[in-house]
Design a protein around this ligand. Structure first.
Ligand code: AMP
Length: 390
């Protein structure tokens, strides 16, 4: 099937083709016709499936025929959990809208409010926002929702995990009832379904499973390691195996800074992104990593959520993620668009239950490899695959 069969106009087809997209992905094939038909939609799809284009392309198709929004108004609102994702989604919108006269803007916290207020004055077709900043702008009367026709909740499960439910309800209360609403979530948990019930009318539901596609493309392995030798092991692997690049996940922001320092002492240049750094430095570091100038990026799970890095060859779970579903999101950063990637996890004895949960979710054990010179003192037992989280 080609994009031209989906009922999108030529300027959109041209932009998509210039980006090298030859055929629509599964989520795009399913979602685009539903969205064009005007129905509400709930979709289970995670980053890496092409989900962003699956809602942005039909929104652009519709909005390109509308009159311009009035000042301080928007036609479509896309809510995302993190600033990074907001920036990335807006960048995608701008790429897909290259040959249209449609405006877009990303607004998020951690930066000055005033320039965002100024931008909104002229009205924006597609606004991408994090919930807190959006409410600030609404409270300041910098933004009104009378012209709003579309609401998209992107990564809804993550927004709930991050405690945005109160903000989301406050935003939704302010929106016109007569609108089309779309929800995208990596998993459709009970909480997400409850949220969807309050927001959507008779929504169509679709699901694309990333697991089948992800498995052959990502080589997953783990090393059992004592906590106090983790940074030495990481440095060893980087040097021994001559890693070209790695996105390294840690749980806490202070461990990110510490690990950067430990790597530095062993002559490995790394940098970090986490919630404790300013938006400007996070963007700078991310740009350096994306361009290949920075080879090793240490990130907390939240900061790196949804970040799309083309050709990323390797992710490392320096700390094993919790909950288990986050493991799938993280390894989804590599091995994208048909390329092979590597996902390596460091597992110490305290992680045993979490490892059981992850391997049970995957439905298989992750291959264990031993690294010479790093024997473990505290052995991690082999998981039982029917682990139930309590
Ligand atoms: P997403 O799931 O939206 O984060 O998209 C993942 C990656 O797939 C992004 O780098 C997109 O540019 C890319 N992509 C989206 N749709 C297609 C497509 N139909 N063909 C090839 N690449 C695509």
């Amino acid at each position: 099937m080609s994009f031209s069969k989906l009922g999108l106009c030529n300027p959109i087809l041209k932009a998509v083709s210039e980006l090298g997209y030859q055929t629509p992905t599964e989520i795009q094939k399913q979602a685009i016709p539903i969205i064009l038909s005007g129905k509400d939609l709930i979709a289970a799809a995670q980053t890496g499936t092409g989900k962003t284009a699956s809602f942005v392309l039909p929104l652009l198709e519709k909005i390109s025929t509308y009159d311009k929004p009035r000042g301080r108004s928007v036609h479509a609102l896309i809510l995302t959990p993190t600033r990074e994702l907001a920036v990335q989604v807006e960048a995608n919108v701008a790429e897909y809208a290259k040959y249209l006269d449609t405006s877009s803007l990303a607004v998020y916290g951690g930066v000055d409010l005033e320039p965002q207020i100024q931008h909104l004055k002229q009205g924006i077709d597609i606004l991408v926002a994090t919930p807190g900043r959006l409410l600030d702008l609404a409270y300041q009367r910098a933004l009104f929702f009378d012209d709003l026709e579309f609401l998209v909740l992107d990564e809804a499960d993550r927004m709930l995990d991050m405690g945005f439910i109160g903000d989301l309800n406050k935003i939704i209360e302010r929106l016109p009832r007569d609108r089309q609403s779309l929800l995208f979530s990596a998993t459709l948990t009970d909480d997400v379904r409850y949220l969807a019930d309050t927001v959507y009318d008779d929504a169509a539901e679709i699901s694309v499973s990333p697991k089948k596609k992800a498995k052959p493309k990502i080589e997953q392995w783990l090393i059992t390691v004592d906590k106090d030798t983790k940074s030495a092991l990481l440095s060893h692997l980087i040097k021994e195996q001559q890693w070209d690049q790695a996105l390294i996940f840690v749980e806490k922001k202070h461990s990110a800074a510490k690990l950067v320092e430990q790597l530095g002492k062993r002559g490995i240049e790394a940098d970090s992104i986490h919630a404790g750094r300013s938006q400007a430095s996070r963007e700078k570091v991310l740009a350096a990593f994306k361009s290949g100038k920075l080879k090793f990026l240490v990130a907390t799970g939240v900061a790196a959520r949804g970040i799309d890095i083309e050709n990323l060859s390797r992710v490392v779970n320096y700390d094993l993620p919790y909950p288990a579903e986050d493991y799938i999101h993280r390894i989804g950063r590599t091995g994208r668009a048909g390329k092979t990637g590597e996902a390596i996890s460091f597992v110490s004895k305290d992680d045993f239950k979490n490892l059981c949960a992850i391997e049970s979710l995957l439905g298989h054990l992750i291959e264990r490899r031993e690294i010479e010179g790093f024997p473990v003192r505290k052995v991690v037992p082999i998981s039982i695959l029917n682990y139930q989280r309590r």
